[in-house]
Design a protein around this ligand. Structure first.
Ligand code: SF4
Ligand code: SF4
Length: 541
């Protein structure tokens, strides 16, 4: 076997030796945005299970390639393309400021492999497609913009703002591009599209084909410069990252125009406009952070800001979000190289989305949408933020009544609702279907202040519950809590502390701190429902 030169990887050599093999890139403790005490950042390792797939394993393997203890073979070649370059491992790595940059190290390795003739068969046909047809999908280049139909004639050939559609939305998720075009038109934004748009070369860079990507970059930047474009808007974070980060690096110069994702553009554009968006019905939605938009370009708030503009929607966050969000599994060339792996990773992300109770999973990436949709199998609606806004757009509100700022007092009952939502472990041991009525009362007058009920939807260590305002018919237990007792309960840090205080207020109530428990079923039946576990802990039985 010929000696392999790892000239690109060697640029990162000092970082390979700074890795302390702590394993935080695979299993980390206490993550600020995660509700769980433990986090498993690497979505690929979570599916494949072996150390070789997380950052620590990858660094060990690369060190052994550098020192000659390992040789490049087919297995190593395939392994090099199993990393989605999502960057989640960087976020939990404390070895250096910003974390060891495993995605860049993996891309450097791929560049070294490609430059020395180690190539994956599948990649060669994609390379050929881009060369001949200007897209990786092997679709006819003359059909790239055909999805726009007559709409294309309404888009000017020149404008200061250009919308770069990208290959995926031109051929696979046309609905996103159509929604973006419709939305920009609805909002009165003057924009153009490149009639001879080609692949941006993102996939080439992710595979390690830098020279080929450079020629794509040169062509596209030249075209935008010739057209006098000042801002290019993207709906694909892959294209966006490639233009914003990779092009200046591989071209060795600035682009001469600004680049923005559509969500950033809209977040700014809509700030001083009275545009209304109205959902057809009230719905809970959740948002998946695309890795190339979030971790790679630090765009977390803009998509959330614009989702919140839509009246009628409630945004509920997933277990892992923003810089700690799990990857959907499609990036870094994984979808085209190992479609089954990409799908398995996406299924994990779908499970996280379903746990929120959301009916719509939003994202801002055609590639995420494609992969998540295949994995969801109709279990949850997957929508791009561009589609959401286009379908909920009502119009500009001409006369706006002065906004009345309603000051809502956060009552002890509301605090308890929030607390129970956070501390679902209180309902551990209960069977699915148990219903608890809560009545929060004024301690002096006994007058009810708030009534709500908890329904156990899924059992487990952290059961899934639903909290609804009102009173449940035929509850298993009704709990009447004085407001001062509710105020104290929400200060408890753990279930045991909560149970002890709950029991104290029940067994030895002071005047104002009392709890009344009304059991609606026979004690035996309640034991069977799992209520006994909490009641025993609280000293009620
Ligand atoms: S890459 Fe960072 S987090 Fe992972 S083992 Fe090395 S030092 Fe620890
Ligand atoms: S970049 Fe993502 S897939 Fe690759 S090792 Fe890090 S966490 Fe795992």
């Amino acid at each position: 076997m010929a000696k392999v030169e790892f000239s690109n990887v060697k640029k990162f050599e000092e970082f390979l030796y700074l890795c302390g093999k702590c394993g935080d890139c695979s299993l980390a403790v206490k993550i600020a945005t995660s509700k769980s005490p433990l986090s498993h950042p690497c979505a690929v390792k979570n599916v494949l299970g072996y150390e070789a797939y997380d950052a620590r394993g990858r660094i060990i393997i690369i060190k052994n390639l550098l020192n000659g203890k390992l040789e490049v073979n087919d297995e190593i070649l395939e392994w090099a393309y199993t990393c989605t370059t999502c960057g989640a491992c960087r976020e939990t790595c404390l070895a250096v400021e910003g974390g060891i940059d495993t995605p860049s190290i993996m891309e450097a390795l791929r560049r070294d492999l490609v430059s020395q003739g180690f190539r994956i068969e599948k990649h060669l046909s994609i390379l050929e497609n881009i060369k001949k047809l200007d897209n990786p999908y092997g679709e006819p280049k003359e059909e790239r913009l055909s999805f726009l139909g007559n709409e294309l004639s309404n888009i000017p050939e020149k404008a200061e703002i250009a919308y770069f559609i990208g290959c995926t939305s031109s051929y696979r998720t046309k609905e996103i591009a159509l929604a973006a075009v419709k939305l920009l038109k609805q909002l009165g934004v003057e924009f153009t599209v490149l009639r001879d748009e080609t692949c941006c070369g993102s996939i080439l860079l992710r595979y390690g084909y830098v020279d080929e990507a450079r020629s794509q970059a040169e062509r596209l930047v030249k075209r935008f410069n010739e057209m006098g474009v000042k801002t290019v808007i993207f709906t694909c974070p892959g294209c966006y990252r490639t233009f914003k980060k990779d092009y200046p690096e591989i071209l060795g110069r600035e682009l001469g125009f600004e680049t923005l994702h559509l969500v950033e553009f809209l977040d700014n554009y809509l700030k001083d406009k009275n545009v209304a968006f109205e959902a057809r019905k009230s719905e809970v939605v959740t948002y998946h952070d695309p890795c190339h938009l979030g971790r790679h370009l630090n765009v977390y708030e803009a998509p959330r800001n614009i989702i919140r503009l839509v009246n009628g929607l409630t945004l509920v966050e997933m277990e892992t979000i923003k810089n700690f969000a799990h990857c959907c599994g499609a990036g870094g060339g994984v979808k085209s190289t190992f479609p089954d792996l990409a799908l398995k990773v996406a299924k994990d992300r779908i499970s996280e989305a379903l746990e929120t109770g959301a009916k719509i999973l939003l994202s801002a990436c055609p590639f995420c949408k494609l992969n998540l949709k295949q994995a969801a199998n109709n279990g949850i609606r997957i929508l791009d933020v561009a589609e959401l806004l286009a379908e909920t757009y009502v119009g500009e509100v001409v006369e706006v009544a002065p906004k009345v700022v309603e000051v809502v007092e956060v009552t002890p009952g509301m605090k308890l609702m929030d607390y129970l939502n956070e501390h679902v472990e209180i309902f551990k041991g209960l069977r699915v279907g148990c219903k608890f009525n809560y009545e929060i009362v004024d301690w002096k007058t006994q007058e009810p202040k708030l009534k709500f009920y908890v329904t156990v939807l899924e059992s487990g260590e952290r059961p899934k519950i639903k909290i609804s305002k009102g009173v449940a018919d035929n509850p298993d237990v009704t709990i009447i809590i004085s407001e001062p007792a509710a105020e104290k309960l929400v200060e408890c840090k753990e279930r045991s502390e909560y149970a002890e205080l709950f029991g104290n207020f029940f067994n030895e109530p002071t005047d104002e701190e009392y709890i009344d428990v009304i059991l609606h079923r026979s004690t035996k039946e309640l034991m069977k429902m799992g209520y006994g576990e909490f009641a025993r802990e609280a000293g009620l039985i």
